[in-house]
Design a binder for this molecule. Sequence first.
Ligand SMILES: N#Cc1c(NC(=O)c2cc(S(=O)(=O)N3CCOCC3)c(Cl)cc2Cl)sc2c1CCN(Cc1ccc(O)cc1)C2
Length: 441
Amino acid sequence: MKLTIHEIAQVIGAKNDWSQLTNASVNNIEFDSRLITAGDIFLPLHGARDGHDFIPTAFEKGAIMTFSEKTVEQPHLLVENNLKAFQKLAQYYLEKTQVPVVAVTGSNGKTTTKDMIAAVLSKKYKTYKTQGNHNNEIGLPYTVLHMPDDTEKLVLEMGMDHPGDIDFLSKLARPELAVITLIGEAHLEFMGSRENIAKGKMGITAGLHGELIAPADPIINTFIPENQKITRFGASGEELYITKLIEHKDCLTFETNFLNDEISIPVPGKYNATNAMLAAYVGCHYSLSEPEIRSALGQVELTRNRTEWKKAKNGADLLSDVYNANPTAMRLILETFQAIPKNKNGRKIAVLADMLELGPTAVQLHEQVLESLDFTKLDAVYLYGPLMKNLEKVAADKPVSHFSDLKMLTEILSANLQPTDQVLFKGSNSMKLSEVVEKLI
Ligand SMILES: N#Cc1c(NC(=O)c2cc(S(=O)(=O)N3CCOCC3)c(Cl)cc2Cl)sc2c1CCN(Cc1ccc(O)cc1)C2
C-alpha cells in the first residue's frame, strides 16, 4: 500500500494531534490481529469482541499505528468510527491510484464469475481480485487497500446482506464496468421478494460510470437508470447468449453468438457456461483476443468452498460457510441464517465446528457463540470439535448436541435430514465440515 501515516491521518480526518507521530510508509492495514506484521496499521473493529481489546497484541506483533475510537496509550489515529475511516481511506486510495474497477454481483455465481473475469484480464493486465468472501463493507475496502502496488485492473465482488449494501460499495469503488450474474430466489436471501433482490443488485449502478452487463430478466427493468449503457444476456435473441453447450462430467464446451470459436472450461454446469460467457464478453470489452480469452478460461482456478446455498440429495437447503472461521464471521453467518424464513414444515439446524488459532481466549470465544444462537429460530445445534465442547457446557438446557467424531455427526445428520430442512455449516476449514456437506449433496 503506497500511503504514509500523515497522509492517512489527513484523509480520515484524525482528531488527535498526529503531527508528532511517525510519518512512516505503511505496510498493510489489518483488522485480524493474527495477521499483523512489522510496519502494519491495526484496525480495531466491533466484531464478536471489541477490536480495541486487541490493540496491545497488535503492537506486540509489530504494528506501528492503530485506528482508535478512544484515546489509548499506543500511537493512534483518533476517529469517530474506525470502519467509516477505513472505507473512506479505501475510496481515497482508488481515486489516488486510478486503478480501473470491474464490479460483479448476483445471487449465485458472482464468486465464479469474478474469478473467471480476473483470469481473463490477467492475460493482458496485472489484475487483482477479491480474495475469499471479502465482498462486504469490510472485505471490499480491505481488498482495495491490499491490492499490489502495480495493479492495473481490480475485480471486486460485491455482496449484499441488506438493501443498500451494493449502492454503498458501488459509490466507494466507482466501477467502470459492472456485471450482474442473476437475480435469485427470495427465500434464500432475506430481502423479502425478488423485486427487492433485483433493486438491491441494481444498486451496482449507483457509482457506475460505464457499461452494465445484466440478465435479460425483466424484473430489473424498472431499476435501470436513464442513459445507462446496458448489455443483456440470456436466451437466444438477447445481445449475448449461448448457442451450443456440450456438458461433460467435470468440464464443458460452449459456443456463443459473439465469439467465433468454442470455449472449454474445466468445470461442469450450464450456469458456469453463462459465467464464462460473461467473462469472455468482459475480455472482448478490454480488447483481449479470442485465443487469450480461450486460454484463460480453459485453465481458470475457482475460489474453493464458496459460501453459497447447495441442495442436499433429499432436497434440503445447505449453507456451507467454511471461510474465515473467526468469532465475527460465526456471529454474522448465524445472524444471516437465523433471519431467513424456514421452509414450510421445515427445521433450521446449525452445525458448528471449532474456530482455530484464536489464541489464549479461544475457550471464552467459543462459549460466547451462545450469544449468537437464537433458539426461537433454531431447532437444533450440532457441535463438533474439542473447543465447541465449551459451548455445549454453557448451553446445558438447549437443543445442543456435541460430537467428537465427524463420521458419527455425518451419520446422525444424514439419517435425520428432512427435505424441508435448512442446515448451516460453519467452522475452520481444517475441521472438514465441507466433507459432511459433500456426503449430503
Ligand atoms: N471478534 C473477533 C475476532 C476477529 N474478527 C475478525 O477478524 C473479523 C472478521 C470479519 S468477517 O466476517 O470474517 N469478514 C471480514 C472480511 O470480509 C468478509 C467478512 C468481520 Cl466482518 C469483522 C471482523 Cl472484526 S479476528 C480475531 C478475533 C478475536 C480473537 N483474535 C485472535 C486473538 C486471540 C487472543 C489474543 O490475545 C489476540 C488475538 C482473532
